[in-house]
Write a protein that binds this ligand. Sequence first.
Ligand code: F6R
Length: 612
Amino acid sequence: MCGIVGYLGKNQAQNILLDGLKRLEYRGYDSAGLTVYNGSEFKTLKVKGKVAELAKLLSQQKISGTIGIAHTRWATHGEPSERNAHPHSDCQGEVFVVHNGIVENYKALKQELEKEGHKFSSETDTEVIAHLVEKFIAAGLNLESAVKKSLHLIKGTYALLIMAKIEPDKIIAARLSSPLRIGVGPDQFIIASDPSAILNYTQQLITLDDKEVAVIDQQGYHISALDGNGSVDKEIEKIEWDMTAIEKGGFDHFMLKEIFEQPETVSNSLRGRLIDQQGLAALGGLKEVETELRRIKRINLVACGTAYHACLVGEYMLEEYAGIPTEVCVASEFRYRKPILDPQTDVIIVVSQSGETADTLAAVKEAKEKDVLTLGIVNVIGSTIARETDAGVYNHAGPEIGVASTKVFISQLVVLALLTLFLGRQRQMSLVTGGRIAEELRKIPGYINQILEQNEKISQMAKDYGQFKDFFYLGRKYNFPVALEGALKLKEISYVHSEGIAAGELKHGPLAMIEKDLPSVFICPQDSVYDKNLSNMEEIKARQGKIIAIATSGDTEIAKIADEVIYIPKTLEMLTPMLAVVPLQLFAYHFANQRGLDVDKPRNLAKSVTVE
Ligand code: F6R
Protein backbone atom coordinates (compact mmCIF):
# COMPACT_ATOMS: atom_id res chain seq x y z
CA MET A 1 0.00 0.00 0.00
CA CYS A 2 1.20 3.52 -0.66
CA GLY A 3 3.15 5.36 2.03
CA ILE A 4 3.53 9.08 2.71
CA VAL A 5 6.22 11.03 4.56
CA GLY A 6 6.66 14.77 4.88
CA TYR A 7 9.28 16.82 6.73
CA LEU A 8 9.51 20.43 7.83
CA GLY A 9 12.19 21.58 10.27
CA LYS A 10 15.84 22.54 10.60
CA ASN A 11 17.48 19.31 9.43
CA GLN A 12 18.14 18.08 5.91
CA ALA A 13 14.75 16.84 4.70
CA GLN A 14 16.06 14.17 2.34
CA ASN A 15 17.62 12.11 5.14
CA ILE A 16 14.46 12.02 7.21
CA LEU A 17 12.23 11.44 4.18
CA LEU A 18 14.39 8.57 3.02
CA ASP A 19 14.49 7.05 6.50
CA GLY A 20 10.68 7.33 6.66
CA LEU A 21 10.23 5.67 3.27
CA LYS A 22 12.49 2.81 4.34
CA ARG A 23 10.36 2.26 7.41
CA LEU A 24 7.27 2.06 5.22
CA GLU A 25 8.80 -0.54 2.88
CA TYR A 26 7.14 -3.45 4.71
CA ARG A 27 3.78 -2.27 3.34
CA GLY A 28 4.79 -3.20 -0.18
CA TYR A 29 5.28 -0.74 -3.05
CA ASP A 30 6.56 -0.57 -6.60
CA SER A 31 8.07 2.91 -6.95
CA ALA A 32 9.22 5.83 -4.81
CA GLY A 33 9.87 9.54 -5.05
CA LEU A 34 10.38 12.82 -3.21
CA THR A 35 10.29 16.58 -3.66
CA VAL A 36 12.44 18.95 -1.57
CA TYR A 37 12.43 22.76 -1.56
CA ASN A 38 15.93 24.21 -1.17
CA GLY A 39 14.98 27.83 -0.54
CA SER A 40 14.88 28.85 -4.17
CA GLU A 41 13.59 25.86 -6.16
CA PHE A 42 11.83 22.50 -5.88
CA LYS A 43 13.75 19.34 -6.80
CA THR A 44 11.96 16.06 -7.51
CA LEU A 45 13.47 12.60 -7.85
CA LYS A 46 11.54 9.41 -8.63
CA VAL A 47 12.41 5.79 -9.30
CA LYS A 48 10.59 2.66 -10.33
CA GLY A 49 11.56 -0.02 -7.83
CA LYS A 50 13.10 0.17 -4.41
CA VAL A 51 13.78 3.00 -1.97
CA ALA A 52 17.43 1.85 -2.14
CA GLU A 53 17.46 3.02 -5.78
CA LEU A 54 16.16 6.41 -4.71
CA ALA A 55 18.83 6.53 -1.99
CA LYS A 56 21.50 5.73 -4.60
CA LEU A 57 20.26 8.53 -6.81
CA LEU A 58 20.26 10.91 -3.86
CA SER A 59 23.82 9.99 -2.95
CA GLN A 60 24.87 11.04 -6.46
CA GLN A 61 22.87 14.28 -6.59
CA LYS A 62 22.28 15.57 -3.09
CA ILE A 63 19.13 17.66 -2.68
CA SER A 64 19.54 20.12 0.13
CA GLY A 65 16.55 21.75 1.83
CA THR A 66 14.67 21.49 5.08
CA ILE A 67 11.15 20.95 3.77
CA GLY A 68 9.90 18.15 1.54
CA ILE A 69 7.41 15.39 0.81
CA ALA A 70 7.96 11.76 -0.21
CA HIS A 71 6.00 8.68 -1.23
CA THR A 72 6.13 4.97 -1.89
CA ARG A 73 3.53 3.95 -4.47
CA TRP A 74 1.54 0.76 -4.85
CA ALA A 75 0.02 1.14 -8.30
CA THR A 76 -3.74 1.49 -8.63
CA HIS A 77 -4.15 3.64 -11.76
CA GLY A 78 -1.38 3.23 -14.30
CA GLU A 79 1.51 0.78 -14.29
CA PRO A 80 4.42 1.02 -11.84
CA SER A 81 6.86 3.42 -13.52
CA GLU A 82 8.93 6.50 -12.82
CA ARG A 83 6.32 8.59 -14.67
CA ASN A 84 3.49 7.35 -12.45
CA ALA A 85 5.49 7.60 -9.21
CA HIS A 86 4.63 10.44 -6.81
CA PRO A 87 5.07 13.37 -6.18
CA HIS A 88 2.86 14.52 -9.04
CA SER A 89 2.91 17.99 -10.39
CA ASP A 90 0.82 20.53 -12.33
CA CYS A 91 1.52 21.99 -15.81
CA GLN A 92 4.08 24.53 -14.56
CA GLY A 93 5.87 22.30 -12.05
CA GLU A 94 4.74 24.57 -9.20
CA VAL A 95 2.42 22.28 -7.22
CA PHE A 96 3.58 18.96 -5.74
CA VAL A 97 1.29 16.23 -4.43
CA VAL A 98 1.72 12.87 -2.71
CA HIS A 99 -1.47 10.89 -2.26
CA ASN A 100 -2.70 7.65 -0.72
CA GLY A 101 -6.19 6.55 -1.75
CA ILE A 102 -8.20 6.71 -4.95
CA VAL A 103 -9.81 9.65 -6.74
CA GLU A 104 -12.86 7.82 -8.05
CA ASN A 105 -14.08 10.60 -10.34
CA TYR A 106 -10.63 11.36 -11.77
CA LYS A 107 -11.62 10.56 -15.35
CA ALA A 108 -14.36 13.19 -15.44
CA LEU A 109 -12.14 15.74 -13.67
CA LYS A 110 -9.25 15.01 -16.02
CA GLN A 111 -11.44 15.47 -19.11
CA GLU A 112 -12.67 18.78 -17.77
CA LEU A 113 -9.16 19.99 -16.95
CA GLU A 114 -7.84 18.86 -20.34
CA LYS A 115 -10.60 20.84 -22.03
CA GLU A 116 -9.36 23.86 -20.08
CA GLY A 117 -5.87 23.29 -21.48
CA HIS A 118 -4.17 21.34 -18.66
CA LYS A 119 -1.53 18.87 -19.87
CA PHE A 120 -1.17 15.59 -17.96
CA SER A 121 2.05 13.67 -17.78
CA SER A 122 1.02 10.50 -15.90
CA GLU A 123 -1.77 7.92 -15.98
CA THR A 124 -2.56 8.40 -12.30
CA ASP A 125 -5.71 9.58 -10.62
CA THR A 126 -3.54 11.67 -8.25
CA GLU A 127 -2.33 14.08 -10.91
CA VAL A 128 -5.78 15.70 -11.20
CA ILE A 129 -5.30 17.06 -7.66
CA ALA A 130 -2.15 18.94 -8.66
CA HIS A 131 -3.93 20.46 -11.68
CA LEU A 132 -7.01 21.41 -9.66
CA VAL A 133 -4.83 23.21 -7.10
CA GLU A 134 -2.97 24.92 -9.96
CA LYS A 135 -6.28 26.06 -11.42
CA PHE A 136 -7.54 27.59 -8.19
CA ILE A 137 -4.22 29.28 -7.41
CA ALA A 138 -4.36 30.81 -10.89
CA ALA A 139 -7.87 32.04 -10.01
CA GLY A 140 -6.38 33.99 -7.10
CA LEU A 141 -6.81 31.69 -4.08
CA ASN A 142 -4.07 31.10 -1.52
CA LEU A 143 -2.67 27.57 -1.18
CA GLU A 144 -4.93 26.42 1.66
CA SER A 145 -8.09 27.67 -0.05
CA ALA A 146 -7.02 26.22 -3.40
CA VAL A 147 -6.49 22.81 -1.77
CA LYS A 148 -9.82 22.96 0.06
CA LYS A 149 -11.67 23.96 -3.08
CA SER A 150 -10.02 21.08 -4.98
CA LEU A 151 -10.93 18.56 -2.28
CA HIS A 152 -14.58 19.56 -2.50
CA LEU A 153 -14.56 18.35 -6.11
CA ILE A 154 -12.96 15.00 -5.36
CA LYS A 155 -14.92 11.80 -4.78
CA GLY A 156 -12.98 8.98 -3.19
CA THR A 157 -10.40 8.65 -0.46
CA TYR A 158 -7.20 10.46 0.34
CA ALA A 159 -4.31 11.16 2.61
CA LEU A 160 -2.51 14.06 0.98
CA LEU A 161 0.55 16.25 1.37
CA ILE A 162 0.83 19.24 -0.92
CA MET A 163 3.56 21.84 -1.45
CA ALA A 164 3.52 24.74 -3.90
CA LYS A 165 5.70 27.56 -5.17
CA ILE A 166 3.13 30.19 -4.17
CA GLU A 167 3.82 29.43 -0.46
CA PRO A 168 6.96 27.30 -0.55
CA ASP A 169 7.53 27.17 3.20
CA LYS A 170 4.27 25.32 3.91
CA ILE A 171 3.03 21.75 3.74
CA ILE A 172 -0.72 21.20 3.51
CA ALA A 173 -1.98 17.87 4.85
CA ALA A 174 -5.50 16.49 4.45
CA ARG A 175 -7.28 13.22 4.97
CA LEU A 176 -10.45 11.35 4.11
CA SER A 177 -10.62 7.59 4.92
CA SER A 178 -6.86 7.14 4.68
CA PRO A 179 -4.65 7.66 7.75
CA LEU A 180 -2.33 10.61 8.27
CA ARG A 181 -0.43 11.64 11.42
CA ILE A 182 1.64 14.65 12.33
CA GLY A 183 4.68 14.12 14.55
CA VAL A 184 5.27 17.31 16.56
CA GLY A 185 8.69 18.69 17.54
CA PRO A 186 11.11 19.39 18.88
CA ASP A 187 11.63 22.12 16.26
CA GLN A 188 10.32 19.97 13.47
CA PHE A 189 7.26 18.21 12.03
CA ILE A 190 7.21 14.78 10.46
CA ILE A 191 3.94 13.93 8.75
CA ALA A 192 3.28 10.34 7.71
CA SER A 193 0.62 7.83 6.79
CA ASP A 194 2.03 5.42 9.33
CA PRO A 195 3.55 6.15 12.77
CA SER A 196 6.55 3.93 12.02
CA ALA A 197 7.97 6.74 9.88
CA ILE A 198 7.62 9.24 12.75
CA LEU A 199 8.42 7.50 16.03
CA ASN A 200 12.16 7.54 15.56
CA TYR A 201 12.00 11.35 15.89
CA THR A 202 9.11 12.07 18.23
CA GLN A 203 6.45 10.26 20.20
CA GLN A 204 4.14 13.29 20.19
CA LEU A 205 1.54 12.62 17.53
CA ILE A 206 -1.58 14.31 16.21
CA THR A 207 -3.99 12.13 14.27
CA LEU A 208 -5.82 13.97 11.52
CA ASP A 209 -9.47 13.02 11.27
CA ASP A 210 -11.54 12.75 8.12
CA LYS A 211 -12.18 16.07 6.37
CA GLU A 212 -9.54 17.92 8.34
CA VAL A 213 -6.87 20.06 6.70
CA ALA A 214 -3.59 21.01 8.38
CA VAL A 215 -1.33 23.88 7.32
CA ILE A 216 2.18 23.36 8.68
CA ASP A 217 5.11 25.79 8.60
CA GLN A 218 8.18 26.63 10.74
CA GLN A 219 6.00 28.58 13.17
CA GLY A 220 3.62 25.71 13.89
CA TYR A 221 0.46 24.13 12.60
CA HIS A 222 -3.16 25.12 12.10
CA ILE A 223 -5.87 22.51 11.64
CA SER A 224 -9.31 23.35 10.29
CA ALA A 225 -12.33 21.49 8.96
CA LEU A 226 -12.50 21.06 5.20
CA ASP A 227 -15.82 22.88 5.27
CA GLY A 228 -14.74 25.78 7.50
CA ASN A 229 -11.88 28.10 8.44
CA GLY A 230 -11.92 28.12 12.25
CA SER A 231 -9.37 26.07 14.17
CA VAL A 232 -10.01 22.50 15.20
CA ASP A 233 -8.40 21.76 18.55
CA LYS A 234 -6.48 18.52 18.41
CA GLU A 235 -4.98 16.58 21.23
CA ILE A 236 -1.31 15.61 21.01
CA GLU A 237 -0.99 11.96 22.02
CA LYS A 238 2.13 10.31 23.36
CA ILE A 239 2.65 7.05 21.54
CA GLU A 240 5.05 4.47 22.92
CA TRP A 241 4.81 1.67 20.45
CA ASP A 242 7.15 -1.09 19.54
CA MET A 243 8.24 -0.50 15.92
CA THR A 244 7.74 -4.06 14.68
CA ALA A 245 4.30 -4.13 16.24
CA ILE A 246 3.45 -0.98 14.30
CA GLU A 247 4.43 -2.47 10.98
CA LYS A 248 2.02 -5.26 11.65
CA GLY A 249 -0.58 -2.78 12.87
CA GLY A 250 -0.37 -4.23 16.38
CA PHE A 251 -0.98 -7.80 15.18
CA ASP A 252 1.53 -10.57 15.82
CA HIS A 253 1.70 -11.54 12.16
CA PHE A 254 0.89 -10.07 8.77
CA MET A 255 -1.46 -12.98 8.13
CA LEU A 256 -3.63 -12.06 11.10
CA LYS A 257 -3.50 -8.39 10.14
CA GLU A 258 -4.59 -9.28 6.62
CA ILE A 259 -7.44 -11.45 7.90
CA PHE A 260 -8.64 -8.51 9.99
CA GLU A 261 -8.29 -6.14 7.04
CA GLN A 262 -10.86 -8.12 5.06
CA PRO A 263 -13.90 -5.88 5.70
CA GLU A 264 -11.87 -3.01 4.25
CA THR A 265 -10.57 -5.21 1.42
CA VAL A 266 -14.12 -5.99 0.34
CA SER A 267 -15.01 -2.29 0.39
CA ASN A 268 -11.89 -1.47 -1.64
CA SER A 269 -12.66 -4.14 -4.25
CA LEU A 270 -16.23 -2.83 -4.55
CA ARG A 271 -15.39 0.87 -4.52
CA GLY A 272 -16.88 2.71 -7.48
CA ARG A 273 -17.97 -0.54 -9.13
CA LEU A 274 -21.57 -1.08 -8.03
CA ILE A 275 -24.50 0.80 -9.52
CA ASP A 276 -26.97 -0.33 -6.89
CA GLN A 277 -30.26 0.98 -8.31
CA GLN A 278 -29.62 -0.60 -11.69
CA GLY A 279 -28.21 -3.83 -10.27
CA LEU A 280 -25.11 -3.33 -12.42
CA ALA A 281 -21.37 -3.65 -12.03
CA ALA A 282 -19.24 -0.92 -13.63
CA LEU A 283 -15.94 -2.57 -14.51
CA GLY A 284 -13.80 0.04 -16.26
CA GLY A 285 -11.13 -2.52 -17.19
CA LEU A 286 -13.64 -4.42 -19.35
CA LYS A 287 -14.97 -1.42 -21.24
CA GLU A 288 -12.96 -2.10 -24.38
CA VAL A 289 -14.10 -5.71 -24.61
CA GLU A 290 -17.70 -5.14 -23.52
CA THR A 291 -19.15 -5.93 -26.97
CA GLU A 292 -16.93 -8.98 -27.45
CA LEU A 293 -18.10 -10.31 -24.08
CA ARG A 294 -21.72 -10.28 -25.25
CA ARG A 295 -21.01 -13.08 -27.72
CA ILE A 296 -19.18 -15.33 -25.22
CA LYS A 297 -20.75 -18.77 -24.83
CA ARG A 298 -18.16 -20.43 -22.59
CA ILE A 299 -15.90 -19.18 -19.81
CA ASN A 300 -12.64 -20.93 -18.90
CA LEU A 301 -11.31 -19.94 -15.49
CA VAL A 302 -7.64 -20.76 -14.95
CA ALA A 303 -5.49 -20.27 -11.83
CA CYS A 304 -3.36 -21.96 -9.15
CA GLY A 305 -3.81 -22.69 -5.44
CA THR A 306 -6.04 -20.31 -3.55
CA ALA A 307 -6.88 -18.39 -6.74
CA TYR A 308 -8.04 -21.70 -8.24
CA HIS A 309 -10.40 -22.16 -5.30
CA ALA A 310 -11.81 -18.69 -5.95
CA CYS A 311 -12.38 -19.76 -9.57
CA LEU A 312 -14.34 -22.82 -8.41
CA VAL A 313 -16.68 -20.51 -6.50
CA GLY A 314 -16.83 -18.29 -9.61
CA GLU A 315 -17.94 -21.27 -11.69
CA TYR A 316 -21.04 -21.70 -9.52
CA MET A 317 -21.78 -17.96 -9.61
CA LEU A 318 -21.36 -17.58 -13.37
CA GLU A 319 -23.40 -20.64 -14.29
CA GLU A 320 -26.21 -19.96 -11.83
CA TYR A 321 -26.56 -16.21 -12.30
CA ALA A 322 -25.00 -15.30 -15.66
CA GLY A 323 -26.15 -18.50 -17.35
CA ILE A 324 -22.80 -19.04 -19.08
CA PRO A 325 -21.26 -22.54 -19.16
CA THR A 326 -18.03 -22.29 -17.16
CA GLU A 327 -15.05 -24.58 -16.75
CA VAL A 328 -12.26 -24.30 -14.22
CA CYS A 329 -8.77 -25.67 -14.71
CA VAL A 330 -5.61 -25.55 -12.62
CA ALA A 331 -3.11 -23.58 -14.66
CA SER A 332 -0.40 -26.24 -14.42
CA GLU A 333 -2.71 -28.66 -16.29
CA PHE A 334 -4.32 -26.26 -18.72
CA ARG A 335 -1.85 -26.28 -21.57
CA TYR A 336 -0.99 -29.97 -21.28
CA ARG A 337 -4.67 -30.81 -21.63
CA LYS A 338 -4.84 -29.59 -25.22
CA PRO A 339 -7.86 -27.48 -24.35
CA ILE A 340 -10.45 -27.17 -27.08
CA LEU A 341 -11.07 -23.46 -27.46
CA ASP A 342 -13.17 -21.52 -29.93
CA PRO A 343 -11.94 -17.94 -30.51
CA GLN A 344 -15.47 -16.91 -31.49
CA THR A 345 -17.21 -17.98 -28.30
CA ASP A 346 -14.62 -18.73 -25.60
CA VAL A 347 -12.95 -16.44 -23.09
CA ILE A 348 -10.09 -17.37 -20.76
CA ILE A 349 -10.14 -15.62 -17.41
CA VAL A 350 -6.99 -16.06 -15.35
CA VAL A 351 -6.94 -15.19 -11.65
CA SER A 352 -3.68 -14.35 -9.90
CA GLN A 353 -2.72 -12.32 -6.84
CA SER A 354 0.88 -11.74 -7.89
CA GLY A 355 0.24 -11.58 -11.63
CA GLU A 356 3.54 -13.43 -12.06
CA THR A 357 2.67 -17.10 -11.54
CA ALA A 358 4.48 -19.04 -14.28
CA ASP A 359 1.78 -21.64 -14.89
CA THR A 360 -0.99 -19.04 -15.05
CA LEU A 361 1.06 -16.92 -17.42
CA ALA A 362 1.67 -19.97 -19.62
CA ALA A 363 -2.11 -20.45 -19.82
CA VAL A 364 -2.46 -16.87 -21.06
CA LYS A 365 0.14 -17.54 -23.75
CA GLU A 366 -1.60 -20.76 -24.77
CA ALA A 367 -4.91 -18.91 -25.09
CA LYS A 368 -3.33 -16.12 -27.10
CA GLU A 369 -1.79 -18.60 -29.50
CA LYS A 370 -5.30 -19.86 -30.10
CA ASP A 371 -6.58 -16.29 -30.59
CA VAL A 372 -8.90 -16.53 -27.62
CA LEU A 373 -9.86 -13.42 -25.65
CA THR A 374 -7.99 -13.32 -22.32
CA LEU A 375 -9.00 -11.46 -19.17
CA GLY A 376 -7.06 -11.12 -15.93
CA ILE A 377 -8.27 -10.76 -12.35
CA VAL A 378 -5.02 -9.59 -10.80
CA ASN A 379 -3.99 -7.82 -7.61
CA VAL A 380 -0.57 -6.47 -8.54
CA ILE A 381 -0.95 -3.59 -10.97
CA GLY A 382 1.32 -3.68 -13.98
CA SER A 383 2.38 -7.29 -13.30
CA THR A 384 3.15 -9.54 -16.27
CA ILE A 385 -0.29 -11.19 -16.35
CA ALA A 386 -1.99 -7.79 -16.08
CA ARG A 387 0.00 -6.64 -19.09
CA GLU A 388 -0.29 -9.81 -21.16
CA THR A 389 -4.07 -10.23 -20.91
CA ASP A 390 -6.39 -8.34 -23.30
CA ALA A 391 -8.36 -6.71 -20.49
CA GLY A 392 -9.15 -7.29 -16.84
CA VAL A 393 -10.19 -6.22 -13.41
CA TYR A 394 -7.83 -5.35 -10.58
CA ASN A 395 -8.56 -6.58 -7.06
CA HIS A 396 -7.45 -3.40 -5.28
CA ALA A 397 -6.75 -5.49 -2.17
CA GLY A 398 -3.42 -3.77 -1.47
CA PRO A 399 -0.20 -5.70 -0.90
CA GLU A 400 -0.52 -9.11 0.71
CA ILE A 401 2.60 -9.90 2.69
CA GLY A 402 1.72 -13.17 4.45
CA VAL A 403 2.57 -16.03 2.09
CA ALA A 404 -0.79 -17.69 2.73
CA SER A 405 -3.36 -15.76 0.75
CA THR A 406 -6.32 -14.50 2.78
CA LYS A 407 -7.58 -11.03 1.93
CA VAL A 408 -6.85 -11.45 -1.76
CA PHE A 409 -8.94 -14.66 -1.84
CA ILE A 410 -11.90 -12.67 -0.54
CA SER A 411 -11.27 -9.90 -3.05
CA GLN A 412 -11.12 -12.50 -5.85
CA LEU A 413 -14.56 -13.70 -4.77
CA VAL A 414 -15.80 -10.10 -4.78
CA VAL A 415 -14.47 -9.46 -8.29
CA LEU A 416 -15.96 -12.73 -9.55
CA ALA A 417 -19.32 -11.70 -8.08
CA LEU A 418 -19.00 -8.32 -9.82
CA LEU A 419 -18.12 -10.11 -13.06
CA THR A 420 -21.20 -12.31 -12.63
CA LEU A 421 -23.32 -9.18 -12.28
CA PHE A 422 -21.62 -7.60 -15.29
CA LEU A 423 -22.06 -10.61 -17.59
CA GLY A 424 -25.42 -11.63 -16.12
CA ARG A 425 -26.97 -8.21 -16.70
CA GLN A 426 -25.63 -8.30 -20.29
CA ARG A 427 -27.78 -11.44 -20.59
CA GLN A 428 -30.93 -12.62 -18.86
CA MET A 429 -30.32 -11.52 -15.25
CA SER A 430 -33.19 -9.30 -14.07
CA LEU A 431 -32.82 -5.88 -12.51
CA VAL A 432 -34.31 -7.26 -9.29
CA THR A 433 -31.76 -10.08 -9.06
CA GLY A 434 -28.89 -7.72 -9.92
CA GLY A 435 -30.11 -5.24 -7.33
CA ARG A 436 -30.41 -7.94 -4.70
CA ILE A 437 -26.82 -9.13 -5.26
CA ALA A 438 -25.55 -5.53 -5.14
CA GLU A 439 -27.48 -4.86 -1.92
CA GLU A 440 -26.09 -7.97 -0.27
CA LEU A 441 -22.52 -7.34 -1.45
CA ARG A 442 -22.64 -3.99 0.37
CA LYS A 443 -23.38 -5.82 3.64
CA ILE A 444 -20.42 -8.22 3.42
CA PRO A 445 -17.86 -5.96 5.24
CA GLY A 446 -20.20 -5.66 8.24
CA TYR A 447 -20.86 -9.39 8.24
CA ILE A 448 -17.13 -10.17 8.21
CA ASN A 449 -16.67 -7.86 11.19
CA GLN A 450 -19.24 -9.92 13.10
CA ILE A 451 -17.25 -13.09 12.36
CA LEU A 452 -13.97 -11.49 13.40
CA GLU A 453 -15.52 -10.81 16.81
CA GLN A 454 -15.34 -14.59 17.37
CA ASN A 455 -11.55 -14.60 17.06
CA GLU A 456 -10.98 -15.50 20.73
CA LYS A 457 -13.39 -18.40 20.54
CA ILE A 458 -11.71 -19.73 17.39
CA SER A 459 -8.29 -19.36 18.99
CA GLN A 460 -9.46 -21.47 21.93
CA MET A 461 -10.88 -24.04 19.53
CA ALA A 462 -7.54 -24.25 17.71
CA LYS A 463 -5.95 -24.97 21.11
CA ASP A 464 -8.53 -27.64 21.92
CA TYR A 465 -7.90 -29.38 18.60
CA GLY A 466 -4.15 -28.80 18.68
CA GLN A 467 -3.24 -32.46 19.17
CA PHE A 468 -4.91 -33.76 15.99
CA LYS A 469 -2.76 -34.70 13.03
CA ASP A 470 -5.37 -35.08 10.29
CA PHE A 471 -8.43 -33.01 9.35
CA PHE A 472 -11.20 -33.30 6.78
CA TYR A 473 -12.87 -30.17 5.43
CA LEU A 474 -16.27 -30.74 3.85
CA GLY A 475 -18.81 -28.66 1.98
CA ARG A 476 -21.17 -28.72 -0.98
CA LYS A 477 -21.90 -26.45 -3.93
CA TYR A 478 -20.55 -22.93 -3.27
CA ASN A 479 -18.83 -24.14 -0.13
CA PHE A 480 -17.04 -27.14 -1.59
CA PRO A 481 -14.26 -24.77 -2.81
CA VAL A 482 -14.26 -23.19 0.66
CA ALA A 483 -13.57 -26.66 2.09
CA LEU A 484 -10.61 -26.95 -0.28
CA GLU A 485 -9.39 -23.50 0.74
CA GLY A 486 -9.78 -24.17 4.47
CA ALA A 487 -7.78 -27.37 4.13
CA LEU A 488 -5.08 -25.61 2.09
CA LYS A 489 -4.76 -22.83 4.70
CA LEU A 490 -4.29 -25.34 7.50
CA LYS A 491 -1.77 -27.57 5.72
CA GLU A 492 0.36 -24.79 4.26
CA ILE A 493 1.05 -23.00 7.53
CA SER A 494 0.79 -25.79 10.13
CA TYR A 495 2.18 -28.72 8.07
CA VAL A 496 -0.68 -30.85 9.34
CA HIS A 497 -2.47 -33.13 6.90
CA SER A 498 -5.84 -31.73 5.85
CA GLU A 499 -8.04 -32.65 2.95
CA GLY A 500 -10.88 -30.74 1.30
CA ILE A 501 -13.70 -32.99 0.15
CA ALA A 502 -17.03 -32.45 -1.64
CA ALA A 503 -19.38 -33.69 1.10
CA GLY A 504 -21.27 -35.84 -1.38
CA GLU A 505 -18.07 -37.78 -2.05
CA LEU A 506 -17.73 -38.86 1.58
CA LYS A 507 -19.47 -42.17 1.05
CA HIS A 508 -17.39 -42.87 -2.04
CA GLY A 509 -14.20 -43.46 -0.06
CA PRO A 510 -13.11 -40.94 2.59
CA LEU A 511 -15.76 -42.11 5.09
CA ALA A 512 -13.59 -45.19 5.64
CA MET A 513 -11.08 -43.01 7.48
CA ILE A 514 -13.52 -41.42 9.93
CA GLU A 515 -12.85 -42.26 13.59
CA LYS A 516 -12.41 -40.34 16.83
CA ASP A 517 -8.96 -39.02 15.91
CA LEU A 518 -9.97 -37.48 12.60
CA PRO A 519 -12.03 -34.32 13.09
CA SER A 520 -14.10 -32.84 10.25
CA VAL A 521 -14.64 -29.15 9.64
CA PHE A 522 -18.05 -28.95 8.00
CA ILE A 523 -19.22 -25.86 6.15
CA CYS A 524 -22.94 -26.11 6.51
CA PRO A 525 -24.85 -22.82 6.14
CA GLN A 526 -28.63 -22.84 5.68
CA ASP A 527 -28.58 -22.98 1.91
CA SER A 528 -30.03 -25.17 -0.86
CA VAL A 529 -27.90 -28.17 0.18
CA TYR A 530 -28.34 -27.80 3.94
CA ASP A 531 -30.33 -31.02 4.50
CA LYS A 532 -27.87 -33.09 2.49
CA ASN A 533 -25.01 -31.70 4.57
CA LEU A 534 -26.83 -32.55 7.80
CA SER A 535 -27.14 -36.17 6.66
CA ASN A 536 -23.40 -36.31 5.98
CA MET A 537 -22.71 -34.87 9.41
CA GLU A 538 -24.86 -37.58 10.98
CA GLU A 539 -22.77 -40.18 9.12
CA ILE A 540 -19.60 -38.75 10.65
CA LYS A 541 -21.15 -38.53 14.10
CA ALA A 542 -22.25 -42.17 13.94
CA ARG A 543 -18.59 -43.12 13.51
CA GLN A 544 -17.36 -41.07 16.52
CA GLY A 545 -15.85 -38.39 14.29
CA LYS A 546 -15.62 -34.93 15.89
CA ILE A 547 -17.28 -32.08 13.98
CA ILE A 548 -16.57 -28.36 13.85
CA ALA A 549 -19.44 -26.75 11.95
CA ILE A 550 -19.59 -23.40 10.21
CA ALA A 551 -23.29 -22.59 10.34
CA THR A 552 -25.81 -19.79 9.83
CA SER A 553 -26.54 -17.60 12.87
CA GLY A 554 -29.60 -18.81 14.70
CA ASP A 555 -29.30 -22.44 13.54
CA THR A 556 -29.87 -24.35 16.78
CA GLU A 557 -30.35 -27.73 15.08
CA ILE A 558 -26.73 -27.97 14.09
CA ALA A 559 -25.48 -27.55 17.64
CA LYS A 560 -27.17 -30.87 18.45
CA ILE A 561 -24.93 -32.71 15.98
CA ALA A 562 -21.67 -30.76 15.90
CA ASP A 563 -19.14 -30.61 18.73
CA GLU A 564 -18.33 -26.97 17.99
CA VAL A 565 -20.23 -24.36 16.00
CA ILE A 566 -18.97 -21.08 14.55
CA TYR A 567 -21.81 -18.92 13.31
CA ILE A 568 -21.76 -16.70 10.24
CA PRO A 569 -24.49 -14.20 9.26
CA LYS A 570 -27.10 -15.20 6.70
CA THR A 571 -26.48 -13.91 3.19
CA LEU A 572 -27.16 -14.94 -0.41
CA GLU A 573 -25.94 -18.47 -1.06
CA MET A 574 -23.51 -17.27 -3.74
CA LEU A 575 -21.85 -14.92 -1.25
CA THR A 576 -21.53 -17.36 1.69
CA PRO A 577 -17.94 -18.33 0.74
CA MET A 578 -16.86 -14.74 1.55
CA LEU A 579 -18.04 -15.35 5.11
CA ALA A 580 -17.44 -19.07 5.60
CA VAL A 581 -13.76 -18.83 4.76
CA VAL A 582 -13.02 -16.29 7.52
CA PRO A 583 -13.31 -18.68 10.52
CA LEU A 584 -11.26 -21.24 8.58
CA GLN A 585 -8.48 -18.69 8.04
CA LEU A 586 -8.52 -17.81 11.74
CA PHE A 587 -8.53 -21.47 12.77
CA ALA A 588 -5.52 -22.23 10.54
CA TYR A 589 -3.71 -19.15 11.81
CA HIS A 590 -4.18 -19.96 15.52
CA PHE A 591 -3.49 -23.66 15.00
CA ALA A 592 -0.11 -22.93 13.37
CA ASN A 593 0.75 -20.04 15.69
CA GLN A 594 0.13 -22.15 18.78
CA ARG A 595 2.64 -24.63 17.38
CA GLY A 596 5.19 -21.82 17.26
CA LEU A 597 5.50 -21.92 13.47
CA ASP A 598 6.49 -19.06 11.19
CA VAL A 599 2.97 -18.27 10.04
CA ASP A 600 3.92 -15.53 7.58
CA LYS A 601 6.66 -17.52 5.89
CA PRO A 602 5.76 -21.21 5.83
CA ARG A 603 8.60 -23.56 4.93
CA ASN A 604 9.20 -24.38 1.26
CA LEU A 605 6.71 -21.80 -0.04
CA ALA A 606 7.10 -18.47 -1.85
CA LYS A 607 4.71 -15.59 -2.31
CA SER A 608 5.21 -15.42 -6.03
CA VAL A 609 5.75 -18.71 -7.90
CA THR A 610 7.60 -17.76 -11.05
CA VAL A 611 8.78 -21.28 -11.95
CA GLU A 612 6.75 -24.21 -13.22
C1 F6R B 1 -2.00 -20.21 -0.87
C2 F6R B 1 -1.49 -19.34 -1.91
C3 F6R B 1 -1.17 -19.97 -3.22
C4 F6R B 1 -1.43 -18.98 -4.36
C5 F6R B 1 -0.94 -19.58 -5.69
C6 F6R B 1 -1.25 -18.68 -6.86
O1 F6R B 1 -2.29 -19.50 0.29
O2 F6R B 1 -1.30 -18.18 -1.71
O3 F6R B 1 -1.85 -21.15 -3.40
O4 F6R B 1 -2.80 -18.73 -4.41
O5 F6R B 1 0.44 -19.80 -5.63
O6 F6R B 1 -0.60 -17.46 -6.74
P1 F6R B 1 -1.09 -16.20 -7.54
O7 F6R B 1 -2.46 -15.86 -7.07
O8 F6R B 1 -0.08 -15.13 -7.22
O9 F6R B 1 -1.10 -16.56 -8.99
